[in-house]
Design a protein around this ligand. Sequence first.
Ligand SMILES: [Zn+2]
Length: 649
Amino acid sequence: MVGLTRVPGLLFGGDYNPEQWPEEVWAEDARLMAEAGVNLATVAVFSWSRLEPRQGEYDFGWLDRVLDLLHAHGVAADLATATATPPPWLVREHPDVMPVNADGVRLEFGSRQGYCPSSPVFREHLVRLTTAMATRYQNHPALVMWHVGNEYADHTLECFCPESARHFREWLAARYGDVDALNAAWGTSCWGQHYTAFAQIEPPRTAPGPVNPAQLLDWRRFCSDALLELFLAEKAVLREISPDVPITTNFMSILHGLDYWKWSAALDVVSDDAYPDPADPESHVAVALSYDLMRSLKRQPWLLLESAPSAVSWREVNVPKPPGMMRLHSLQALAHGSDGVLFFQWRQAKYGPEKFHSALLPHGGTTTRGWQDTLRLGRDLRKLGELAGAETKAQVAIVLDWESWWGLEAPESMPSNRLKLKELLLAWYRPLHARGVAVDLAPPGRDLSGYRLVIVPNLYLCTDEQAESLAAFDGELIVGPFSGVVDAADQVHEGGAPGPLRELLGVEVDEFWPLQDGVTQDTTAGPARTWAEWIRLVDAEPVASYEGGELHGRPAITRRGNVTYVSCLLDDVTPVLEPALGGLDHVDVPEGVEAVRRGGHLFLLNHTTTRKQVTLPRPGTDLLTETALHGDIELAPRDAVVLRIEGDK
Ligand SMILES: [Zn+2]
């Protein structure tokens, strides 16, 4: 097995911010890290103002000592280039480094991520610091991974300043060539927006009414690309100076703002920050979906780079993780393909906005429940080292496309603004997850031939090429509502929906039929909410029909060959999945128990607070307890089994 870094086994640790502590604390940190089995620390994420207190005047001494100390205690470094937040001197000398919001207000220093993604001044200084960092630390024995930026687009996704406007126009000119092509794509004949020069185009700042949705869609594409350019500027420096060290940046689960398919192609290691809400009894399902996305991005193991040992500090009410949940959630990430578990952060902060965010070493020190949990997790992870590098094989893929998502959730111009892609994904994912069926995520253009079942919850924006790729798939295909509506320029396809999917689905959508909040539309396959459609059969068989209301008796679900079309949002899609489920690999588990296969291992995770009985499909050895198990076993509340299956590789 090849791991993500040269550290053997699974990775364990977290963000370490030694600059927030007097140097005499560092020795204790290193000693306790070694005691807990920590083998990776993310260092220097927000350290620019300490590494370069004045322009060109570097102070690397403290970081040298930190890295030496970590290395001496067997802790490797995921070393940040420290560019996540510019220092005050840079902002004061060049105020236009700070981003401007849609109302034209330039944001103030004093938080984090305060930069305009398009600022050439910021980029110049960022490349300079990255060069200095790479030059100094390229051969440090602690260095095993470069950490570029931090949670891109968390606070700063977009900037509306004149420099960003110039960058946007440059991006548009590259996409369209001439302004007439842009006029055609943006449909500027509507509302008198015909442009005669690129110079007339501005970012979609706050306007008197709804902004051109095609302009908004290109703006979303541009903003994702502009931040990616910033990442690539650093990557180029690191590759040049330090070519053998893998590069990552920490993603933020299923994030609307960045096209992670495009981004992940630029990374060596996909890593993710995941903060499921302990107060939400269903949060382990949504987080499993985002973990499956992380594994699918490069189709290789990934790394949970940040999670919370207990409470976070940024929700309205920050509920702690009850006993057992931190361990269970950590094992869940491993089950879904992570090669380690890292946390924000190592030592709980004494000050700042995150001082109440939990940490591996809480305010109360080594006498706390939190510290005992840290020690226990460290012991568990050491028993699971053989999982590093193990792959997952899924027979089901759910299609996700960022451009379509951006179009679907454009403000102010849709038939209903209640269609939220994450909810649509979860509606299909939830019943598969409950049955222990492994699921990949896939972009619409990817080769789907290895899958038996492909689900397209929604593909509002669908190009001819994407439709052809779906038509080429010969397994079971399920397509959800409001798909095939517009092309890449957000223009309605000839003849209306489902546009290029018409032949594949064998139906035509006469009219969208969004439902008011609280209204239920019955169908013979169960109740639907939020969305329905008045469809006509062209070359498809009805599978279920609407019951009651204006749509009574009309087809709701149709089938043509291997393709099912679902024209509404069912409360429970199980009846649609049922015919396809029989032939899929799965594990029978009681409600609230998650079953996940990874390589030759089976994870059984009890997310409930009661004991659960599970019948093992095959005998094996539980790596956590080092016991042989077969037949019926009992899972204690929030407990787990990681079974090495007998006879499997
Ligand atoms: Zn800007």
